[in-house]
Design a protein around this ligand. Structure first.
Ligand code: KIV
Length: 271
């Protein structure tokens, strides 16, 4: 990008305006250059370099093992592709909890080494000091409440969160704390739609839902899930927009068969 175009069309300020005028925000994950080019050109507003890369790119069971270096590799590839969307990068497990100085160092590495626009971190009150410290360096922060996958070993399950009153009350409190601290948006993952609607109405910053109903200011999905690359993951909230698993399997099967049958390459496909 040239100096003049180094600020992307979608900014954190623009997202706030979208909430105010009731325009929904479309967010999707991407982890590599080629996918991010398609996603950006198709008009997605926010691209999340999610730590779900641990699952869909690296094959880990949870998001816990992915490292800051791995996230930086994915984020750099995405940023090189994107012209319009705001690029947000997850700080991975162990790089911001419990020590706000470490959190700032991690966020600075993301911003310096990837040239992304913002970071996302999971949690509420427990990580508030880290949120303040990162924001104080001028780095935009997106929050993430509800089902926070980095805490899977504490939860023990990927079931819907905040069904009971105490957890719901804490979530509402945390959303206010994040918003008041200066977060520019909050992901709400797998919580009752009514609770997400309440948070969306109460906080001034955009909420982005995944399994949190239609009242959120925007929606996010993991790109591999919505394209149907991942067959084994079918939660109720997931709408599949393609069956790329079938398309790709068919293409690869036909290629193998053409090579075995000496049909590929033919005389037109050689020099
Ligand atoms: O890592 C990720 O993909 C996420 C989304 C599910 C919100 O955090």
């Amino acid at each position: 990008m040239s100096v003049e175009s180094s600020v992307r069309a979608v900014t954190t300020y623009r997202l706030m305006e979208m909430k105010q005028r009731g325009e929904k925000i479309a967010m999707l994950t991407s982890y590599d250059y080629s996918m991010a080019r398609i996603v950006d050109a198709a008009g997605v507003d926010v691209i999340l370099v999610g730590d779900s890369a641990a699952n869909v790119m690296a094959g880990y069971e949870t998001t816990v093992p992915i490292t800051l270096d791995m996230m930086i590799y994915h984020a750099r590839s995405v940023v090189r592709a994107v012209r319009r969307a705001l690029v947000v990068v997850d700080l991975p497990f162990g790089t911001y909890q419990g020590n706000s100085k470490v959190a700032l160092d991690s966020a600075v590495r993301i911003m310096k080494e990837t040239e992304a626009d913002a970071v996302k971190i999971e949690g509420g009150e427990e990580i508030l000091e880290s949120v303040h410290r990162i924001l104080s360096a001028g780095i935009p922060v997106m929050g993430h409440l509800g089902l926070t996958p980095q805490s899977i070993h504490k939860f023990g399950t990927y079931a819907v969160r905040a069904r009971d009153e105490a957890e719901a009350a804490k979530l509402v409190r945390d959303a206010h704390l994040l918003s008041e601290a200066g977060c520019f948006g909050i992901v709400l993952e797998k919580i009752p739609a009514q609770l997400a609607a309440r948070v969306t109405a109460e906080v001034p910053v955009p909420t982005i839902g995944i399994g949190a109903g239609g009242a959120c200011d925007g929606q996010v999905l993991v790109i591999h899930d919505m394209l149907g690359i991942n067959k084994g993951f079918s939660p109720r909230f997931l709408r599949r927009y393609a069956d790329l698993h079938e398309v790709m399997t068919d293409a690869v099967t036909r290629y193998v068969s053409d090579v075995k049958a000496c049909d590929f390459p033919n005389t037109e496909e050689q020099y």
